[in-house]
Design a protein around this ligand. Structure first.
Ligand SMILES: [Zn+2]
Length: 71
């Protein structure tokens, strides 16, 4: 039966856990609207990617407004 070979001391655990913290994501700024965007993704605010319009921002509505319009 498998058993731990050595006792994990509290300092051993803490030293290992020192690397568990999540890194903050890296952001770029949109060249068009200057807002913070994720790299390699289209800007969610103006819908451009590499200087091209790829998302229809005007047509897109939020979930709440879409639901209220149906009723
Ligand atoms: Zn933008």
């Amino acid at each position: 039966m498998g058993l731990p070979g050595h006792r994990r001391t509290s300092s051993h655990k803490r030293r290992r856990a020192a690397h568990f913290a999540l890194e903050e994501g890296s952001y770029n700024t949109c060249p068009k609207c200057k807002k913070a965007i994720l790299s390699h993704r289209a800007c969610a605010f103006c819908g451009t990617y590499k200087g091209r319009q790829v998302l229809n921002v005007d047509k897109r509505t939020s979930r709440a407004t879409r639901k209220s319009k149906k009723k």
